[in-house]
Design a protein around this ligand. Structure first.
Ligand SMILES: NC(=O)c1ccc[n+]([C@@H]2O[C@H](COP(=O)([O-])OP(=O)(O)OC[C@H]3O[C@@H](n4cnc5c(N)ncnc54)[C@H](O)[C@@H]3O)[C@@H](O)[C@H]2O)c1
Length: 245
């Protein structure tokens, strides 16, 4: 597979290592200092581009790849209100894309358990639910895209919840929990790669679904596996499609 890396930061470096380990060729690396090189000419001959940049830049980067007919894996969080627009463009152009707020295979299993748990908890009104996410201090967005996915997928299955709200206690924010909202508490600590906990609590007991990432390599490996999965395909894919295969 001939790959392009768009965003040569913490994830971009980790993805480069995994691509090489798995026998792929890194043919193009784009970061802030050579943004102008992200064009059809430089993308010619690339099978898949893997994009981990910033909430402000993801949309244009992905759009450029779709228009050049290059399959794209994106993991950038904090911008996804415009994702459906790009998924539509991808279908129209007959290109391929996959987006996930988290490429760790363990988190994607947690997503599935979270959905099932919410279905079971829908009939148990004595439990309230909250989410906590902890990430490194350099993370730009809060809450994490993973926490939003966990919250949204629970809201879709819990009749008593219709929105989420986020608080950042380290900025002095205190709980704003309401009966119809899932409160996400975002904490920023050291170099933590990513910890997510979904907690259901009643007067009698507590049930927790917790995922603790030990390193970024699990995320990079998942992104490269996603790239291998969409290489040569057409269409809009999710990690669930990858699991099915
Ligand atoms: N989906 C997942 O599994 C997952 C995992 C980890 C991180 N993330 C997300 O991925 C993104 C990147 O994370 P990171 O930890 O690598 O951040 P980072 O800050 O270490 O790296 C981002 C890189 O993008 C570069 N960049 C900025 N604008 C650019 C542009 N227009 N074109 C190309 N490159 C550009 C920056 O210079 C930087 O090197 C964040 O949104 C983060 O939340 C997602």
């Amino acid at each position: 597979m001939r790959a392009a890396i768009i965003g040569y930061g913490k994830m971009g470096h980790e993805i480069e290592k995994i691509l090489v380990q798995r026998g792929h060729t890194v043919s193009l690396i784009i970061d802030q200092d050579n943004i102008a090189d992200l064009n059809a000419e430089h993308l010619a001959g690339i099978d898949v581009a893997i994009e981990f940049t910033t909430p402000q830049t993801a949309y244009n980067n992905i759009r450029t790849c779709i228009e050049a007919g290059v399959a794209i894996v994106s993991g950038t969080t904090g911008w996804t209100e415009r994702l459906p627009e790009l998924q539509q463009l991808c279908r129209e152009k007959g290109s391929a894309m996959i987006y996930s707020s988290n490429y760790s295979l363990g988190v994607n299993i947690a997503f599935r358990i979270n959905r099932r748990l919410a279905e079971l908890m829908n009939g148990c009104n004595n439990y309230d639910v909250r989410i906590e996410e902890i990430h490194h201090t350099q993370k730009k967005d809060a809450p994490s895209g993973t926490a939003i996915t966990l919250a949204q997928e629970a809201i879709d299955r819990l009749d008593r919840k219709n929105r989420w709200n986020c608080i950042e206690p380290q900025k002095g924010e205190t709980s704003q929990a309401t009966a119809d909202s899932i409160e996400i508490t975002s904490l920023r600590e050291g170099t933590v790669p990513g910890t997510h906990t979904v907690t259901y609590e009643s007067a009698d007991d507590t049930l927790e679904l917790k995922h603790t990432l030990k390193s970024r390599s699990a995320l990079a490996t998942g992104a490269v596996i996603a790239a291998e999965f969409i290489c040569g395909k057409k269409g809009v894919f999710t990690m669930d499609d990858l699991f099915k295969e």
